[in-house]
Design a protein around this ligand. Structure first.
Ligand code: FAD
Length: 464
């Protein structure tokens, strides 16, 4: 067992963990002591369990099978999406859903049921998981699919790592002409203009995302660039390598504030406003622009950064979005990167998946202590009043009340939680409410077992 000081992507605090490999989780563990860990790209404390034991998935990083005919790929959970994409480069298959960074593990993508720029068309990552193998503490591996052990499947997809360790998964890939993307950039002058454009843009584009100039005020409030794209035929085979440039140290104060923040927003808007001709771009440039700079999170300074991502129902979004941008500006906290996307109505298989139909706004703030926390509380209040929810795997501060209002099914996940697993996030937002005694047995098994795999059906009486 090794000891390691780990950070999540927000770098708000370091946590001391012991790290074990997957092979050691057969050993009995004390309640609440463990947590599966991927590549630490979650921003807040959902991938931390202070003074606990992280089960490192990265050593489990083999591709187990790739059927090029049907586009079905099976891999161990510690493989990075960048490694999967490299295997797929040059084929006519692509991951159906990718987040804004390719350096996340397959297990992390499932446990957070991540979304991409194509939610309206493909929904979340979990929709494309055909089967996963789960290891719960002290038990044998079990296979879960949308039809077999389906309650455990639904709790595990978007289950924040709390139901057990995802050992491997089988995913359905999407057919594409190539990995390259025909990108179109279109400026819009206000929030209202974006809201009118967003739905229309999705009818002829697989991908759609808006960047907002967080400093624009008055009639320009919410102006930005709408970036859309479709996979395009291209004979080139892309490389999904490591960043070429890395921020080598952490400045004491954030570098993404004040004049830099203003200059960046102004220049990005001008540059986007000029480009009118669609262009074929490398997938790294279209999907993962931030990955070009290693450790870019250090630019937010020694105190780290908060990311606030909410989703708001369509009918309340116009007012709530306006209020959020205004509140951030009034607090003197322009967000460095402000992103707005539209979620469609494709249902997520996960009990606790974050997306729901509506608009999702993402704001990044350097941590300035109490003033930043006060702003985040305001953003949470607006989200809750608008009937929305805050993204758990970006969060590092929301109250139990805000969380439970946004995720009314949370108690069902608590019932399915592996009693040896917990996270700092989960302890905070559930206020440690004990629903079942920690020594309660795993639910009953009543399905025919497959060779080498223990299957089980949960006899919980919970309903969706
Ligand atoms: C620049 C950037 C852009 C991003 N863009 C997006 C985006 O567009 N859309 C989006 O949805 N997210 C986005 N994210 C968030 C990121 O995709 C998720 O947090 C992702 O789940 C992180 O994966 P990870 O492998 O780093 O897992 P970690 O952060 O290490 O862990 C994430 C969760 O998964 C659990 N977990 C990890 N491995 C396993 C396993 N084997 N079995 C069971 N549970 C496991 C952990 O316990 C934890 O709860 C972005 C993050 C960054 C840094």
């Amino acid at each position: 067992m090794a000891n390691k000081s780990t950070e999540s992507w927000g770098r708000l605090k370091r946590a001391n963990h012991a790290i074990i490999d997957y092979d050691d989780i057969a050993l009995d563990a004390k309640p609440d002591m463990r947590l599966p860990f991927g590549n630490g790209r979650s921003y807040g404390d959902s991938c931390h369990n202070q003074r606990g034991i992280l089960v490192d998935s990265r050593p489990q990083c083999r591709i187990l099978d790739f059927n090029k005919q049907d586009g079905i790929l099976t891999a161990q959970s510690g493989v990075l999406l960048s490694e999967i994409l490299q295997i797929l480069a040059g084929t006519e298959w692509f991951l159906p859903v990718v987040p804004g960074t390719k350096f996340v593990t397959l297990g992390g993508a499932i446990a957070n049921d991540i979304h991409g720029k194509n939610h309206c068309h493909r929904g979340t990552f979990g929709r494309h998981v055909r089967r996963l193998v789960l290891k719960r503490s002290g038990k044998r591996e079990i296979a879960c699919t949308p039809n077999m052990n389906h309650e455990m499947f639904e709790a595990t997809v978007g289950g924040l790592g709390l139901t057990g360790f995802i050992v491997s998964a089988e995913i359905q890939l999407s057919p594409v002409p190539s990995h390259y993307v025909l990108e179109t950039k279109r400026p819009f002058g206000s929030l209202a203009e974006y809201l009118a454009l967003a739905e229309e843009s999705e009818s002829n584009s697989e991908y759609s995302v808006a960047w907002l100039d967080s400093l624009a005020t008055g009639d320009d409030l919410g102006r930005g660039i709408l970036i859309t794209g479709n996979h395009a035929p291209c004979v080139k085979s892309p490389r999904y390598g490591e960043p070429k440039v890395t921020i080598p140290f952490t400045p004491k104060r954030p570098l993404v504030a004040g004049p830099v923040l203003r200059a960046f927003n102004w220049a990005y808007y001008r540059a986007g406003a000029r480009q009118v001709e669609p262009a074929i771009v490398h997938p790294n440039a279209f999907f993962f622009p931030l990955d070009a700079i290693g450790h870019w999170n250090r630019l937010y300074g020694a105190k780290g950064l908060y990311q606030h991502q909410c989703v708001l129902p369509f009918y309340t979004a116009p007012d709530a979005l306006k209020e959020m941008l205004e509140v951030s500006q009034r607090a003197g906290h322009g967000s460095f990167l402000t992103v707005l996307k539209r979620f469609g109505d494709k249902p997520s298989p996960g009990l606790m998946s974050f997306p729901m139909p509506g608009f999702t706004l993402t704001l990044d703030f350097p941590n300035r202590g109490a003033t930043t926390v006060a702003l985040l509380n305001e953003l949470d209040r607006i989200t809750q009043q608008a009937g929305g929810r805050v993204n758990p795997y970006k969060d590092a501060h929301m109250s139990a009340e805000t969380f439970q209002a946004g995720f009314p099914h949370w108690e069902r996940l608590e019932l399915m939680r592996d009693r040896a697993i917990n996270s700092d996030f989960w302890k905070r937002v559930t206020a440690r409410k004990a629903l079942i005694p920690p020594d309660m047995e795993t639910p009953e098994i009543n399905q025919a077992p497959q060779p080498g795999i223990q299957t089980m059906h949960l006899k919980s009486n919970t309903t969706q």
